[in-house]
Structure formats: structure tokens, C-alpha cells
Design a protein around this ligand. Sequence first.
Ligand code: GRF
Length: 225
Amino acid sequence: VALRVAVLASGRGSNLLAILERIRAGDVEAQVTLVAGDRPEAKVLEAAARAKVPAVAAVPPEPNETAAGYDLRLTSLVAADKPDLVVLAGFMRIVGPAMMAAFPNRIVNVHPSLLPSFRGLRAVRQAVDGGARVAGCTTHIVTPDLDGGPIILQAAIPVRPDEMEEHLARRILALEHLVLPRTVQLYAERRIQTEGKRAHIKPGASWLGRPGIPFVSGALYSEGF
Ligand code: GRF
């Protein structure tokens, strides 16, 4: 039976759409059963509803609600849907202890840098300001160590001379649209094993060479694709 995936998101939803596209194409054996977001007006919620995701929930924090209270409320809503995996696709809040405890080693995030470089916000800006010659994105398991959890997959591209942040961010986003769905598929195939601070990917089928996968030419893909 397909992996049940809950997606938490706050923005335009291009990563959600990329996951749904790969599912539709038969490359990812999963079903997105819930999309929840903290911003009622976020485009991702409209996109989820349009894509007929069974449950779409706008969960804005209540006035005077503490971070802990919000964490508990969001966790119970997500847990009620019984996901096998929780995917943060541009979720702009820190995941709290209740969510972590409810889904140990089963929350993944996509970050627009080659971790452990450039953790935190404005990661692409950090890369450009730092003169990085190579940039990319990372999926990792979410732990209390912000952007420091066990790395699962990475993809990298050369940074063009004098490339602007917005342009590079768009090229990295195209990589995310491969790395995040591929990460979901590795979970669907039960190939992710955590050993302390590392995630181990068990051998199995590859996407490389498969028709219909929109690989980015010139990109370098880590083991596990
Ligand atoms: C992406 O830039 C991702 O790296 C970051 O949030 C953004 C999500 O974009 N975590 P979208 O909402 O999926 O289009």
C-alpha cells in the first residue's frame, strides 16, 4: 500500500506540486493525504485543494497561543491523518518537540544549500555572499538541531559568475523538485536507515536513465538517485 505522506508548507507550493507530479507519473509510490499550512492565504493550500488532496488544513496560530500550544495542536491534527512520513516543503516554522516525538526519524525537510554549509534562513543569499562556486539543495531528517539532522540526498550545480541570488534560487528550486520527491520514494522503498547522526541509504533501483524524470542538465546528484 502506498506510503501515506503529510506535507507541511507555508508558501507557493512548488515542492508539493513536484511531489504530486512524480506520484502521478508513477515514480513515487506514495499518496499525499494531508497538506497543512500555517498561513491561510498561502498558495500551497489552493494548489493542494485543486489537486484534490483529501485533507487540506489552514492552521494559523491562535492569538496568544504559545509555540508549545501550537506544536501540540498541529501535531494532533497531523497524527490524526496517520502519515508514514511528514514532509516539510517550505514550512517556515520550527518543528516543535511534540511533532518530533510523534514522528521520530519520519520528518524530512528540503533546504536550499549543500548542508552543513549555510544553515538557517536566506541560505542562497549566504552562498552568493560567500562567493560559493557550487551550490545546491539537501534533504535531511528533521531533528532539534536546526538544519543539522542526518542528510539523505543532495544535488549540486555550478554558480555562474556574478549570478544574482534570485536566479540561483530558481535553479536550486528546480533541483529541489527532484531531490524531495526522490527522498519520498526512498522512504516508500524503506531504504532509509538512521545510524546516529547519519542516514544510510540501502541499495535499490535508481531513477537515473528513467524516462520522464526532469533531471537538471549539468547537475551532480548524490548516491541514492
Ligand atoms: C524552497 O525554496 C525551499 O528550499 C524552502 O522553501 C521553499 C519552498 O518553496 N525550504 P515552495 O513553496 O515549495 O515553492
